[in-house]
Design a protein around this ligand. Structure first.
Ligand code: MLC
Ligand code: AMP
Length: 504
C-alpha cells in the first residue's frame, strides 16, 4: 500500500523531521492540552454555532471549566465512568469535555437505545454518573445502578464548585469507552486512551489539511467516533469552527453550506444518497472537502456526488476501536470503490485470507474487562512490531489502495449504524408466531443494508409491524427489521448452525 507520507505536504513537520518509521503523533501528550493551548491562544476565535448563535473558544473553555467543577462537586473522581447519552448540542459537548477535563471517562451511548440497551452499558461500566436527555432514560439509569449515581441533563444541572486541577489526565489514561460488538455479538466497551484519541485526531486533521480557516457543517450524531472524534474533536484540535445541526436534514445541510462560509462536510453514505436524491448535492460545491465513511460508498453514489459537487468525495475507513485507519488522499487520486491507504502512524496488513489487520498509536488496546474477547481481538504475526488488531473486514491491495471486500464478522451496517444479527435474532426469537428466525442485511440504495428478518412461522406468521412492536422495549429503532421474509426452514450447515449467507 502507498506510504502514509503520501498524505502529507512536503513541509509537514512529520515528514520534514526525516523520521524513519512511525511519525510521532502523540508529542502533545493529550488532546486536552492541545485544546487548552488553542483556547488560551485565541479565546475570541469562533468555535461552535448553534441555533444562530456563535460560541467563542473562550466561552466554551469557561463552560467546560464550570462543567468540570460541577462534576467534582458532585463527588466524581478521576477514572470514574460517565455515560453520555444525548443528541448534539453545545451544552452536551461542554458536559462531555468538562468530564474529560476532570479526569472522568466518558461512555457515549445512542439516545435511541431502549432500556435494555442502555442498562447493559450502565451496568457493564459500573457508571457513577450519566448525562441523559429524557426523564425515562434517567429512570432507566437509576434502576440499573445498585449504588448512588449522579444523573443529570445535558445542561449539567448540578451545583457549581471548584474545578481544581484541570486536564491532568495522562496519555495512558482512559478517555472514552465506546460500545461496539467487535467481531462477535456481545456489545462491549472499547477503551480509548488519551493517546489513542490524540494520534487518531492528529493524523486525520493533518491528512485533510484541517486548519483554523475551516468551518464544518456538523450533522452527524456525536455519540459515535465519526461525529465525535473526527467531527467535534477534529474541529477543536485544528482550531476551526463548526455549525452544529441537531440532526441530519439535507435541506438544513445545504442551506447552512450556502449561508456560512463552510469548507467541510463529513457524512455517511446514506446522507450523500439523500443529498443527491433531494437535488441538494450541488449546494456542497463551495466546500473544499466532502468526506464519506462509516459504511461502503457505492461507486455509483461516489460518481453522482462527485459530479454534483464538482470535486471527488474523499472516502476513508475507520472503526470505533481504531479511529481512522485509511483514507483517500487530499492531494492526489481519490479512487471510487477504495478507502485509500494508511493514514500517518497507521500500519495496515492483509492476512492470507484477506483479513485487514491494523496497528498504530490510534489503535485501542482492549475492551473493558473482557479478557477472553481481548485475546481474540489481536494477532501477533511475529514481526516484532507488536500486536495487530483483527478488524473483521476483508480487503485487497489494488495498486496501493485498500479495497474493502466484505466482512468476516457478522455485521449489518444500516445508514452507518452497526446492527449485529445475533442480538436482533435473540429478541425476535421470543416474538409470538416465530418458531425460528435469522437476520441478514438486504442491499439498499438508501441505507446500504436493511435489516431483514427471515421467519419460520409458528402458526400465523407475524407481520413486520408486529415484529417491530415486539422489539420496541429491547432494540433501538435502527436495529429493528425493515423487511420480513417468511420461509419454511432456515439453511443450516452440517453442524446445524444457520448459514445466513445462504439467505437472500
Ligand atoms: C434512523 N433510523 C434508522 C437509521 N437511522 N433505521 C435504520 N438505519 C439507520 N441508520 C430509523 C429512525 O429511528 C426512524 O425509525 C426511521 O429510521 C426513519 O428515520 P429517518 O428520519 O428517515 O432517519 P434519520 O433520523 O434521518 O437518520 C438517518 C441518518 C442516521 C442517516 C441521518 O442514521 C445517522 O445519523 N447515521 C449516522 C451514523 C453514524 O454516525 N455512524 C458512525 C459510526 S462510527 P422510526 O421507527 O422511529 O420510524 C464508525 C467508525 C467510522 O462507524 O468509520 O466512522
Ligand atoms: P464501527 O464499529 O461502528 O466503528 O464500524 C466499523 C466498521 O464500519 C468497519 O469495521 C467497517 O466494516 C465499516 N466501515 C467504516 N468505514 C468504511 C468504509 N469507508 N467502507 C466500508 N466499510 C466501512
Amino acid at each position: 500500500m502507498r506510504p502514509w507520507r503520501d498524505h502529507l505536504e512536503a513541509d509537514d513537520p512529520l515528514v520534514a523531521d526525516g523520521r524513519v518509521g512511525a511519525p510521532d503523533l502523540v508529542a502533545a501528550g493529550t488532546l486536552l492540552r492541545r485544546w487548552a493551548d488553542r483556547w488560551g491562544d485565541d479565546p475570541t476565535a469562533r468555535l461552535w454555532k448553534e441555533g444562530g448563535r456563535w460560541w467563542t473558544a473562550g466561552e466554551f473553555e469557561a463552560t467546560t471549566r464550570r462543567a468540570a467543577g460541577r462534576w467534582r462537586t458532585a463527588g466524581l473522581e478521576p477514572g470514574q465512568r460517565v455515560v453520555w447519552s444525548t443528541g448534539s448540542s453545545v451544552a452536551a459537548l461542554a458536559a462531555h469535555v468538562g468530564a474529560l477535563r476532570a479526569g472522568l471517562v466518558v461512555v457515549p451511548a445512542n439516545p435511541a437505545y431502549s432500556e435494555r440497551e442502555l442498562a447493559h452499558i450502565v451496568t457493564d461500566v459500573r457508571a457513577s454518573a450519566a448525562v441523559v436527555g429524557r426523564p425515562d432514560q434517567a429512570q432507566w439509569v437509576r434502576d440499573a445502578t445498585p449504588g448512588p449515581v449522579v444523573v443529570c441533563g445535558p445542561d449539567l444541572d448540578l451545583p457549581d464548585g471548584d474545578p481544581g486541577v484541570l486536564d491532568a489526565a495522562g496519555p495512558d489514561d482512559p478517555a472514552l469507552i465506546c460500545f461496539t460488538s467487535g467481531t462477535t455479538g456481545a456489545p462491549k466497551g472499547a477503551v480509548l486512551r488519551h493517546r489513542n484519541l490524540l494520534a487518531g485526531v492528529e493524523s486525520v486533521t493533518r491528512a485533510w489539511r484541517m486548519s483554523p480557516d475551516d468551518l464544518l457543517v456538523h450533522s452527524l450524531p456525536v455519540f459515535h467516533a465519526h461525529g465525535l472524534v473526527v467531527g467535534a474533536y477534529g474541529t477543536m484540535t485544528a482550531g476551526g469552527s463548526a455549525v452544529l445541526l441537531p440532526a441530519f436534514d439535507p435541506d438544513a445541510v445545504a442551506d447552512t453550506v450556502r449561508a456560512e462560509a463552510a469548507t467541510l462536510f463529513f457524512g455517511v453514505p446514506t446522507m450523500y444518497h439523500r443529498l443527491v436524491a433531494g437535488g441538494r448535492a450541488p449546494d456542497l460545491a463551495r466546500l473544499r472537502l466532502c468526506v464519506s465513511g462509516s459504511a461502503p460508498l457505492p461507486v455509483e453514489l461516489h460518481t453522482a456526488v462527485s459530479a454534483a459537487v464538482g470535486s471527488p468525495v474523499l472516502e476513508r475507513y475507520g472503526m470505533t476501536e481504531t479511529l481512522m485507519n485509511t483514507s483517500n488522499p487530499y492531494d492526489g487520486a481519490r479512487r471510487a470503490g477504495t478507502v485509500g491507504f494508511p493514514l500517518p502512524g497507521v500500519e495496515v496488513t492483509l492476512t492470507q485470507g484477506g483479513e485487514v489487520l491494523v496497528r498504530g498509536p490510534n489503535v485501542f488496546d482492549g475492551y473493558f474487562e473482557r479478557d477472553a474477547a481481548n485475546a481474540d481481538a489481536f494477532s501477533d504475526l511475529g514481526d516484532g512490531g507488536g500486536q495487530w488488531f483483527v478488524t473483521g473486514d476483508l480487503g485487497a491491495d489494488e495498486d496501493g489502495y485498500l479495497v474493502l471486500r466484505g466482512r468476516s464478522k457478522e455485521l449489518i451496517i444500516s445508514g452507518g449504524f452497526n446492527v449485529y444479527p445475533t442480538e436482533v435474532e435473540d429478541v425476535l426469537a421470543r416474538c409470538p408466531g416465530v418458531a425460528e428466525v435469522a437476520v441478514t442485511g438486504t442491499p439498499s440504495d438508501e441505507w446500504g443494508e436493511e435489516v431483514t428478518a427471515w421467519v419460520v412461522p409458528d402458526g400465523t406468521p407475524p407481520t413486520l409491524d408486529e415484529l417491530r412492536a415486539h422489539c420496541a422495549g429491547a432494540l433501538a429503532p435502527f436495529k429493528q427489521p425493515r423487511l420480513v421474509r417468511v420461509v419454511d426452514a432456515l439453511p443450516r450447515n452440517a453442524l446445524g448452525k444457520v448459514v445466513r449467507s445462504r439467505l437472500g
